[in-house]
Design a protein around this ligand. Structure first.
Ligand code: G3H
Ligand code: 13P
Ligand code: ZN
Length: 315
């Protein structure tokens, strides 16, 4: 059942975070739903602009609606990840999305406010909630490459003003994470003080952590042993999520880890079975392994085991 993102946040706030998983194809969708059902977790399925363009946004919508039928017990929200004005308005008019993210974080404060407000006004007319971003993560966001040195942490006082000016429903905060598989050149440094300060200023307001893949080292080693070349890849310590949830983080974005599972499964499969060429061989293994990964992650996020409680909450 597709539900409003806002409702999922209300249930989660202060206690656990929802996994927000990016998907691009049928195998990821099946693995994602199986993993969430196995761990009895509510979740957010998110589609980036790149995902919508990869095959066709209508194909993704059709597959997700089919998954909703195949897994009638599932409770989830559908979210547009890193939208611009055009893709947000398109998603809002499609009547498919529970929420959209407008990412104008590369703009100056006033322009970010102006664009975000435009999306909020359109979205709220349709009861769709809006995630906005203030501050800049490192790494690569869609087409914008932000050098680690240029990444700008979210300023809590600015965040309060931004939320009041725009009326957005949740805020992606830059706290030291970045997108992709190379998050930290040295040791991990997450700025939980930023979250603490925002929570003091805006108690109850849902916060979002982007760039939250943990880039498991055993996965990297297996990929490299099977012919990959992912050197010094590093991610977020997944044991930090429980603390982040108490500070108001209700949504944790994960994409890269799913890609690593895909990469490891396919590299190992074709290395071990060089005469194979049927995509369904590695596809089946990927779906099972991705489901197991989702189950594990939901336990770290605290969303595992929340499904029936959410169902009761939504009644
Ligand atoms: O933050 C970006 C997400 O990982 C989506 O990546 O734009 O390559 O689909 P993508
Ligand atoms: P990762 O690259 O760490 O998986 O982050 C994904 C993300 O933030 C999607 O918006
Ligand atoms: Zn992101």
């Amino acid at each position: 059942m597709i539900v409003p993102t806002k409702k999922l946040f209300e249930h989660a706030y202060g206690t656990y975070a929802l996994g927000a998983y990016n998907i691009n194809n049928a195998e990821q969708i099946m693995g994602l739903f199986r993993g969430n059902m196995n761990s009895q977790a509510p979740f957010i399925i998110q589609l980036s602009k790149g995902a919508r363009a990869y095959t066709d946004k209508r194909l993704l919508e059709g597959m997700i609606r089919s998954a909703e039928e195949i897994f009638p017990e599932a409770i989830f929200a559908v979210h547009l990840d890193h939208g611009d004005l055009e893709s947000c308005l398109d998603a809002i008019t499609s009547d498919f999305y529970s929420s959209v993210m407008i990412d104008a974080s590369d703009q100056d404060f006033d322009t970010n406010v102006k664009i975000t407000k435009q999306v909020v006004d359109a979205a709220h007319k349709k009861n769709i909630s809006v995630e906005a971003e203030l501050g800049q993560l490192g790494g690569v966001e869609e087409h914008i490459s932000v050098a680690e040195s240029d990444a700008k942490l979210t300023n809590p006082n600015e965040a309060k003003k931004f939320i009041e000016f725009t009326g957005c429903d949740s805020l992606a905060c830059a706290i030291g994470t970045s997108h992709g598989a190379y998050k930290f050149s040295g040791t991990q440094a997450l700025h939980f003080d930023v979250l603490e300060d925002i929570q003091k200023l805006m108690p109850g307001f849902p916060l979002v952590m982007h760039g939250s893949s943990s880039v498991p080292q055993e996965e990297i080693e297996k990929i490299n042993a099977a012919g990959g070349a992912l050197k010094s890849a590093k991610g977020v310590n997944e044991d930090e999520f429980a603390h982040a949830a108490t500070l108001g983080v209700t949504k944790v974005n994960i994409d890269t880890d799913g890609r690593l599972v895909w990469c490891r499964v396919h590299r190992e499969f074709f290395k071990d079975k060089p005469a194979e060429f049927d995509l369904r061989g590695p596809g089946k293994i990927f779906m099972a392994e991705y489901a197991a990964y989702i189950e594990h992650k939901n336990k770290k996020l605290g969303s595992a085991g929340q499904l029936e409680k959410v169902r009761t909450f939504l009644k």
